[in-house]
Write a protein that binds this ligand. Structure first.
Ligand code: A3P
Length: 296
């Protein structure tokens, strides 16, 4: 609601114009908008403007569920799971609660989200697979493998943290630490674990968002059916998710919904990185995660 915005967006634009700009000439593959460094996060200008407005005026409801993630970590999948679990209760939930997703780091969420009793589901993934997934995604948007950027260049920027919502390690760590402090507020899930045991995590998710499965539903294998419905095989084939159905993203580029479904595997990085690249990125992440109790 525009009337809720206290400061006109021009003031945000003035602030944004003063922020460090990514080295665009060295990184010629930004999608839509160049990245700016705001506090300690790299973000596209348009998303940053939206974030600043949201911090001023967004009001959460106690029943809201936020799905938070670093891009390419399984957002689409979790969104489908949460949606199919809430669906039977939509007429109730719609009166009070909503499901929204965000790639914002924890520290940039509006106070209304962090300080209220609404809940956050966070999904993370091995950063090496995030990188590979992101590379394919960018290639699809920009048109054609290796035309704009090689995988190695992409890797270099990822390791430097110059990446939309990067660096990835801060993103994961901040949600992890907050989830340990407030487990009732943040459910912290790992993509690879859900791949291995989708039914177990579908149950955990349902419980966390306040729509636990009834014993009768479990006996009727409803959880298995939901896991199956949200599997890549099924999601990919829904007409709405096929190529040709295009959405305009917040980055001012057209992104086909089909781009959000690719291999859905753990470990595709093995097909893209040399041993040296793997070791360097693993060492970097291990160093960043040191002492946190978190492991790739
Ligand atoms: P890959 O490119 O490695 O296949 P996001 O939704 O956050 O953009 O993440 C996209 C990644 O999640 C892609 O990974 C995509 O294939 C995978 N994905 C999408 N739907 C999925 C599903 N139903 N099950 C498992 N993975 C899924």
């Amino acid at each position: 609601n525009i009337h809720l915005i206290e400061k006109p967006p021009q003031e945000h634009d003035a602030l944004i114009a003063t922020l460090p700009l990514e080295p665009v000439y060295e990184r010629p593959f930004s999608i839509g908008h160049p990245l700016r460094l705001y506090k300690r996060v790299w973000m596209g200008e348009k998303m940053l403007r939206g974030t600043l407005v949201m911090q001023q005026c967004f009001k959460s409801r106690p029943t809201d569920i936020f799905l938070a993630s670093f891009p390419k970590s399984g957002t689409t999948w979790l969104k489908a799971m949460i949606f199919s679990q809430c669906a039977p209760f939509m007429e109730v939930e719609f009166a009070t609660g909503r499901m929204m997703n965000t790639h914002l780091p924890y520290f940039l969420l509006p106070d209304s989200i962090t300080e209220s009793s609404c809940r956050i589901v966070y999904v993370w993934r091995d950063p090496k697979d995030v990188l590979v997934s992101m590379w394919y995604f960018v290639q699809k948007i920009l048109g054609g493998p290796d035309k704009i950027v090689t995988f190695y260049q992409f890797y270099e920027f990822f390791c430097q943290g110059v990446d939309t919502f990067g660096p990835i390690w801060n993103h994961i760590l901040e949600y992890w630490e907050e989830s340990r402090r407030r487990p009732e507020k943040i459910l912290f899930l790992k993509y690879e674990n859900i791949l291995q045991e989708p039914v177990k995590y579908a149950k955990q998710l349902a419980h966390f968002i306040g729509c636990p499965f009834l014993e009768m539903e479990e006996n009727q294998r409803v959880v298995e059916q939901i896991a199956e419905l949200c599997s890549i095989k099924k999601l990919k084939d829904f007409n709405v998710n096929k190529d040709g159905d295009r959405v305009t993203s917040s980055m001012d580029v057209h992104i086909s919904k089909g781009y959000f479904f690719r291999k859905c595997e753990a470990g595709d990085w093995k097909n893209h990185m040399t041993q040296e690249m793997v070791e360097r990125l693993d060492t970097l992440i291990k160093e960043k995660f040191k002492g946190s109790g978190l492991q790739i």
